[in-house]
Design a protein around this ligand. Structure first.
Ligand code: SAH
Length: 236
């Protein structure tokens, strides 16, 4: 759903050049950040408005996790947009609030599919409520499916079809093979790779038609860790 606050936010992302294409702009305008954060967070923080805010930043969603900063959502959509065509099959790893899964669902349309996987079952359940409040049709028509599970466990074992686009919303210490394998020929993954609780490098992984994999380093980022099953993200 559109809101004035969300429009304000996207106007700024556009002015700053973070949002460059109309398909990304449309998806972001129609996905209202207010539905994806803890209730009680002031609107000025949600939309990063009014000069009160810290810089365009993540916000808490519970369980020590955060919804990514608006400019990171926008950047990832811009990087993946060529692979988020109508009908595409998409994986959102660490789907957290469900924000990006919903935005990508709007881009791939009714013939497409976005599977979000989130390790905290409570967050996965909350993300379903978030998407239901914003875009119930995405759940009702099966475009967006949000599952609880750990992608470094066995949750992807039954996946045979692969994905045209993979977004990873948590930082991997090294590029996980299990995700590279899930990329279809011609597909693209964006994933932060690097040490936990330090700066990581956002990498773009492209698989060509012959199945060859190319990596590009894009920018430094700070994401919460992509944890293995049973691993705590708060270990020293
Ligand atoms: N794009 C999301 C980002 C949420 S933060 C948003 O904007 O809301 C990253 C999420 O990754 C956290 O919720 C964390 O619980 C989850 N996560 C970390 N490691 C994971 C793993 N191995 N499998 C699935 N989810 C994981």
């Amino acid at each position: 759903m559109r809101s004035r606050g969300q429009d304000w936010l996207v106007d700024h992302l556009k002015r700053d050049g973070v949002v460059a294409h109309s398909d990304v702009e449309r998806a972001l305008r129609q996905t209202d950040r207010a539905h994806y954060v803890d209730s009680g967070i002031p609107l000025a923080y949600i939309y990063q408005a009014g000069g009160l805010q810290p810089a365009d930043s993540p916000l808490p969603i519970g369980y020590h996790e955060t919804i990514s900063a608006p400019h990171m959502h926008a950047t990832c959509l811009e990087l993946l947009r060529g692979h988020l065509r109508p009908g595409a099959r998409v994986l959102d790893v660490g789907s957290g609030s469900g924000y990006l899964a919903a935005a990508m669902g709007l881009m791939v349309g009714e013939a497409g599919k976005v599977i979000g996987i989130e390790k905290h079952p409570e967050l996965a359940a909350q993300s379903v409520k978030n998407v239901r409040a914003d875009h119930p049709e995405l759940l009702d028509n099966g475009v967006v499916e949000l599952r609880a599970g750990n992608v470094l466990g066995d949750v992807l074992e039954g996946e045979q079809e692969g994905f045209d686009a993979i977004h990873v919303g948590a930082a991997a210490s090294s590029l996980p093979d299990v995700l590279v394998r899930q990329l279809r020929p011609g597909g693209r993954m964006v994933i932060p790779v690097g040490p936990q609780w330090e700066y990581q490098v956002m990498q773009c992984i492209d698989k060509d038609a012959a199945g060859r994999v190319k990596k590009h380093d894009l920018m430094h980022v700070r994401y919460v860790p992509l944890t293995k099953p049973g691993e705590s993200e708060w270990e020293p």
